[in-house]
Write a new protein. Sequence first.
Lengths: 559, 552
Amino acid sequence: MTGMIDVASAGGAPGVHSLWTVAAGAGDKLQAPSIEYGKLSPTLIVLGAAALGVLIDAFAPRRARYGAQLFVALVGLAAAFAAVIGLAASGAGTTEAQIAGMGALAVDGPALFLQGTLLLVGIVGVFTFAERKLEPSAHGSRVDSFAAQPASVPGGEGETQAVKAGWTTTEVFPLLMFAVGGMLLFPAANDLLTLFIALEVFSLPLYLLCALARRRRLLSQEAAVKYFLLGAFSSAFLLFGTALLYGYAGTVSYSGIARVVSGTDAISDPVLAQTAGNDALLLIGGALVVMGLLFKVGAVPFHMWTPDVYQGAPTPVTGFMAAATKVAAFGALLRLLYVVLPGLRWDWRPVMWGVAILTMLAGAIVAITQTDIKRLLAYSSIAHAGFLLAGVIATSKDGISSVLFYLGAYSFVTLGAFAVVTLVRDAGGEATHLSKWAGLGRRSPLLAAVFAVFLLAFAGIPLTSGFAGKFAVFKAAAEGGAGVLVVIGVLASAIAAFFYLRVIVLMFFSEPQADGPSVAVPSVMTTSAIAIGVVVTVVLGVAPQYFLDLAGQAGVFVR
Amino acid sequence: MSFPLLTVTAALPAVGAVATAAVPAARRTAAKWLALLVSLATLVLAAVVLIRFDPDGARYQLTESHAWISDFGVRYELGVDGIGAALMALTALLIPFVIGAGWHDADDADDRADEQANRRWRPTQGFFALILAVEAMVLVSFAATDVFLFYIFFEAMLIPMYFLIGGFGDRAHAAGEEEGAKQRSYAAVKFLLYNLAGGLVMLAAVIGLFVVSADSLGQGTFSLPELLKARASGDLTMATSTERWLFLGFFVAFAIKAPLWPLHTWLPNAMGESTAPVAVLITAVVDKVGTFAMLRFCLGLFPEASSWATPVVLGLALVSVLYGALLAVGQRDIKRLVAYASISHFGFIILGVFAMTSQGQGGATLYMVFHGISTAALMLVAGFLISRRGSRLIADYGGVQKVAPVLAGTFLIGGLATLSLPGLAPFVSEFLVLVGTFERYPVAGIIATVGIILAALYVLVLYQRTMTGPIRRPEIEKMPDLKVREVAVVAPLVALLLFLGVFPKPLTEIVNPAVEHTLSDVQKKDPKPQHPVAEHAGSDDKPAGHGGGDHE
């Protein structure tokens, strides 16, 4: 049977097309790649839903798009999440962990844990994307926080007409889905090329999304261009590093490089005779790849894009991006450092020490001077990247699981905090300048209290998820012998606490301004996004054990 | 499984806080009564704790232990020794008075307009809910025998305290409403930053403790009884330098909370700007957690390092005693005067703790309780006085005793208690601390005595300037005397001061065994009497009863 197919497809009738075909050698039959569709189902479902979203936007009537897109996105993410749960329940995260997709992707504990987190973040992100009650309805139709017609020139004729027609940009949903799909691949990538492709798959939609703000469009476009340019740089770094590592090891697969680094595999490829085993290539290549990832993480000194992009992007996008990019990028960084470069531990640890210390301190100190709430949260995210790096440096199983837990805790606080930012508005849209937040506690105590909870979680006050996460990474770092890092982390936390408190002071102890912003009443979408944030923050703070166990079980990479 | 008495005692005010906060905006009075009833019920439970506590029984009693975060080695472990039980009782005792004294503190002056504008803004409910929340957290801190559990509530209580300080101030501020709000929020932020920084330093030490215990015992633990057992049996050993660093991490946090010179500067701001009941909450309740924790954690976990640090700590405590008292003498603001007096008193407490004698530590524990009661009496009456005149400056008063004799009388008793007049409760504890210190460190004992003289100076001068003399200002003439509510708040405190001053025995009996345990942790015995004074005190088995007996 197989023989017949082979003849029909590959061999054909000998001689007929001999000009451009070569008869396959006996052992050289073209093998169909064996893909474990079941193991890769979460990613496939999300990307499928994204493709479906594109079709909807192309063919469905404008009226029906919003509902259909929302439905497809939510169902797709929920189904993918169910698939992750199914995989985890069947032991794919622990005993059955394996490399899938011809060695391109790993299906193991960290990958599944991060994919689950990313999908939940995606669901909450969809909620904030779909909010249509905040902006005043334009000409009778409700609109969201995205530009009516992003292709039109800001302030130009096209835009006026699009606004008048009440158009909305439903493309954001498939873009979001593509981004989520790429992020699902990113921490699971098991060779450097997959890593690069995943990076591009999730970055390009994010660049676009950043440019889509309905208000302050120029700022938004500027943010997108900055993000794109610097992102392109980092992609180039990553790709160049990949090339150098290939030159060193003769392979791009993680485990292959690791074997060459540890000396168990010799390289026999004659083409690479000049470069193979050259330590300079290994060190430079490894450094370049790590730099590419540190850029996405927002670690100092690759953090420059963060405040501008966070500020300029539409706030729902900022929230999603801040949470999800960090999860995906830290997942990839962990895998790279723990699977590919453990043999170089003594080389990269001192460097990462420096990066972690710089990141923690710079993020915390510069945040003090910020006057815009979104920029403030951006610098706070930089400081948090530093805390996370402290856990990464631990190089232990506890280090992995503590970072996983921290990522889960942090992302929901971030989503919730940015969702709150979308609600505080004045005539010009969101009122992000801190002075406008004065006295918010008096105008709407509930919202201010919720935001205070998020800020306290950022600050790492006990009984919030932020504390449990911080304790976990610092504990792992201390056990890994990085006591000094813990002390610096604690100092940075103290500095960071200052500016979180400043916002609380402003909200509760300052008199409200006469022309201050008002708090928009959101639909059930944003309300549930914020509610999920609060619940996760409190539950992970008060009873973190179940989730720590989960992260602990997930703390082993397959190679 | 026995009845979880400690959990219920701590949970009741927490539930009460939520319930109080949920009372609708218009039902302000109902919220107050609800808070008062909850605090009284908590007092009953705390009294049950005190009665059920058997001084001759195990070291930690009424224990509860449940798994909580096993990854961090954290258990939900509660248990009281005599010191904890006494301080829980003090906390539960003071809160009803704090609530009673603050009855009108959170009524918005222009609440009618506000209610129209925003029905969700409920400052009154918030005020009382926050007080109950603080109570709940303090009670857990006194009962926690798990270091991590203690740490969590030690830190978490800062948040409600912060809102109490920053959100509610005196109605009339000398420098005007705007400036008042500014100073208030400055005080709140200063309070929080100091304590948070201390707490974070402690966090590093807590993590260090976990790593050390994980190294020695295989499994990291925070359980105090287990750690003490491992310490005693030699299973848990620490390198000298490690132990000293960890000790410092814990001690700095507690010294900020207590507060000890030179980490004290947040206290005058916080007490000056907050309302009198909140000031009482700070100094009489929350700060006690700091000195309590020194006894329970610093000495218990790091005996070696404690001995190593003793000379410096004693020196700082002496500076606190004198510096606080001297600055109190120079204050022009009544509340700041009480704050500096408190710093002086905390110096005495820390002196007693680190004297490492049974009289010293027993006296320090009593001091915590009695200082709580006496400062509450003084500060609450001062608050009534300030609310009548709308000024905190001493110079704005004079001759009050002519128009408001009851107010002046209770103020005097509170003041005399503060200066440790024999016959009033604080005398017993101060005497014990001095005797205990003198036994081991005669020079320190003598220097500390100067603090008593200065105390007489600042209290009597304060009384003289505010209460006696001619009435110079027309506002004073119209000043009403204490109202029924205010008398109801002050009278029981005064009665307690008198009663415990002559009969402190029940309290000392509960406290002494716990002190003996602590001393055995640090492996110190009372020094052999060498000279007549020490012999006199040291030969007495029940020193506290003796101290009180003098004045019976």
